[in-house]
Design a protein around this ligand. Structure first.
Ligand SMILES: Nc1nc2c(ncn2[C@@H]2O[C@H](COP(=O)(O)OP(=O)(O)OP(=O)(O)O)[C@@H](O)[C@H]2O)c(=O)[nH]1
Ligand SMILES: [Zn+2]
Length: 198
């Protein structure tokens, strides 16, 4: 019964989006009834719902779904996690990679869960700085580690295909907590994220 209700709700949202994108096409001077555009409002609605599905996801539940007791005291780093998000100012994509490390305090999580947390916060309308902090906080609160570090490097299409039109700028944001606030630990992390697999 509850499931049925959710389905109906989602359908209402999808059909609202479809109507909106049909209007958008017309306002942009297009003919929403020409053959190539007939299904476009539906495709865009579904794409936007996919790209913002992070609002319905729970980062802590994901991290805790594969939380294991383990006496590891060394840094665990998952780097080069690709991400695609959309800036909340222009709703244009920004994309790049995240590097995430933590030092456990009795508990580790599944490695894929770290990458999934990136999807939880990137599949929303975002600013890169907030996404960086949200990822850090989710790991901190779920695993109670000794330290967490998050670095994100991204290119913003709103700065490339419009506006200031800079094609090569990369924005780096970072958040460090606990042990990573110490220069020595932070520098080990920085060294590891710049090393390449041979
Ligand atoms: N801090 C931050 N700014 C962002 C991010 N994504 C986009 N922006 C910026 O958001 C700002 C919005 O500025 P406005 O002046 O209101 O918008 P605008 O007139 O379209 O600005 P221009 O892009 O400079 O043409 C721009 O400077 C964007 O570069 C992000 O993730 N973090
Ligand atoms: Zn933007």
């Amino acid at each position: 019964m509850a499931y049925h209700k959710v389905e109906q709700y989602e359908d209402k949202i999808t059909s609202g989006l479809i109507d909106n994108y049909r209007d958008t096409l017309a306002l942009l001077g297009e003919d929403p009834d020409r053959e190539g555009l007939l299904k476009t409002p539906e495709r865009v609605a579904k794409a936007m719902q996919y790209l913002t599905q992070g609002y319905q996801m729970d980062a802590k539940a994901i991290l805790e779904s594969a939380k294991f007791h383990e006496d590891v005291s060394e840094m665990i780093l998952v780097k080069d996690i690709e991400l695609y998000s959309m800036c909340e100012h222009h709703m244009l994509p920004f994309f790049g990679k995240a590097h995430i490390a933590y030092i456990p305090n009795g508990y580790i999580t599944g490695l894929s869960k770290i990458a999934r947390v990136v999807d939880v916060f990137s599949r929303r309308l975002q600013v890169q700085e907030r996404m960086t902090t949200q990822i850090l906080n989710a790991i901190k609160e779920s695993l109670n580690p000794i330290g967490v570090a998050v670095v994100i490097e991204a290119r913003h299409l709103c700065m490339m295909m419009r506006g200031v039109q800079k094609q090569n700028s990369v924005t780096t944001t970072s958040a460090f907590w606990g042990e990573f606030e110490k220069a020595e630990t932070r520098s080990e992390f920085t060294k590891l994220i710049s090393s390449k697999l041979s």
